[in-house]
Each structure stands twice: as C-alpha cells, then as structure tokens.
Design a protein around this ligand. Structure first.
Ligand SMILES: [Zn+2]
Length: 254
C-alpha cells in the first residue's frame, strides 16, 4: 500500500465519497475529455487529444464493466501520455501479462485507482475475515466493475495472503501475489489435474461456490510443499481461461 495516487486525488478533489458517485463521463468532462460511445473496429477504446482537450471513444460492443474499465484506462492515458493518439485493443487494456513500465500498464493502474480507489474499498475489506468470490462479486456490483479487476485491487491492498493465478488450456497466463506472501509461493506453469480449477477448464465444471482446501502440491513445487494446504476457489473466464484465488496458510507466511 502506498500513498494517495493521482486518480484518487482527482476523486477526492471532486468530493466523491461513495462508489456510485464515480461517474466517469462527468470526471472525463471535468478533465477536458469528451466521451463518445460507438462501435469501433479493432479497438476497445481510443483517445485523440491536443494538450488541453481530448475525445475518447469507447466501443459499445463490449460489456458494461469492460466499457467502464476501458474509459478509465483512456483517462489514464490522458493523465500520463497527454497529446498522443492511442488505439487500445482488447490485448492492451487490462492485459495482466505486461511489465510495470509498459504505458498500457500505467493506464491500467490509473484505471484501477479511479474505479476502485483504495480509500473507498478499504472500508469493505477491513472488516472481512475470509475472502470469498461471493463477497468479491458484491463489491464488484457496488463499484460497477468486473470480478477480476476487483480481485486485483483487493490483492494489492495486501490484507489477505492470496495469489491470483490465471490458466489457459495450455499453461499459466499470468499470476499476482499479495506482498505479504513470500516469493517461494511461486505457482506452477501447468494446471495440475488435482486442482479443482482443472475440472472447470477441461471438463466444463461450474465455478466453485466456496473456497476448498487442497494440497499445496497441486499448485506449487518447493521443498516440503506437502506440509501445506491452500484454499482454492476458481471461476471460468471467457476465452477458455480459469482464474483461481489461492489462500496461503498462516504458517506459510514466515
Ligand atoms: Zn491503452
């Protein structure tokens, strides 16, 4: 957790104190950007701007949560990369495989802080004992965001000893680890048949309704891995991917 970010400062300067007050069109107008919604070929959103004004176009052929994140992403470009013309495709916005210096990741970080600001999400998670997908969905509804974006923000808050691991049919696509979890909890590249996520990805099973215990060996390879159990809860993503929330046991944090 760091100090207040630029996106959060912007929200605070507008007096925003509730998730439903984060009106991105109004915020865009406030910072000099006009937003248009229309069908766009080959991009989820675009921005064309001078140094003072910009026009942002958001593709209406995507889901409401996706449109919202895409608009916030373009506002991130407006903040960080003013004066440029950018066409942001599906693989640019919210692509978790990129490095932190990638301009697309800077725009994503701004977007995450704008639609899920820490100062509004902390009151939700600070009183929470155990993280479940049902809870994450409730928060996502409050903030009008996707489950994945909400999970990443919660992970970054570093209140729960969790990892997020995304697998495609062939291998791991990306993962994130809360800061409190030691580096040796490094998830395996392959998806083990002993993981519950395996059934979701390969047998079309529905999502896990609650976190379940599993041997840590289904997810990690390190010496004495069999001593540990993790909590596992997964749900299917579009494009034949599965996302898993893994909770590391207390004794594994030393
Ligand atoms: Zn972009």
């Amino acid at each position: 957790m760091s100090g207040v970010t630029a996106a959060e400062r912007l929200l605070m300067s507008l007096g925003i104190s509730q998730p439903n007050e984060i009106d991105l069109d109004a915020i865009a107008w406030h910072v000099g950007a006009l937003v248009k919604y229309r069908h766009i070929d080959n991009a989820d959103a675009t921005i064309i701007g001078s140094l003072t004004h910009a026009v942002i176009a958001v593709n209406t052929s995507t889901s409401p949560a996706r449109r919202r994140f895409s608009l916030a992403h373009e506002l991130g470009h407006w903040h960080h990369h003013r004066g440029q013309i950018l066409f942001c495709g599906a693989s640019d916005i919210g692509n978790l495989a990129g490095g932190p210096l990638d301009p697309e990741r800077q725009a994503d970080a701004f977007a995450s802080d704008l639609i899920l600001p820490s100062y509004l999400i902390r009151p939700y998670i600070n009183k929470l004992k155990k993280l479940t997908l049902a809870f994450v969905r409730d928060v996502a509804n409050e903030f009008n965001t996707s489950t994945t974006a909400t999970l990443i923000k919660i992970l970054n808050e570093d209140r729960f000893p969790i990892l997020l691991v995304c697998h495609g049919k062939n291998k791991r696509r990306w993962f994130r680890r809360a800061q409190m979890v030691p580096d040796w909890w490094f998830p395996r590249e392959d998806l083990d048949a002993d993981s519950f996520a395996f059934g979701i990805l390969h047998a079309g099973n529905g999502e896990d309704t609650f976190p379940r215990k599993n041997g840590a060996g289904a997810w990690f390879e390190f010496r004495n891995v069999d001593r540990y159990e993790v909590l596992e809860q997964s749900f299917p993503l579009p494009n034949d991917e599965v996302l898993t929330v893994l909770t590391v046991p207390e004794e594994g944090l030393g």
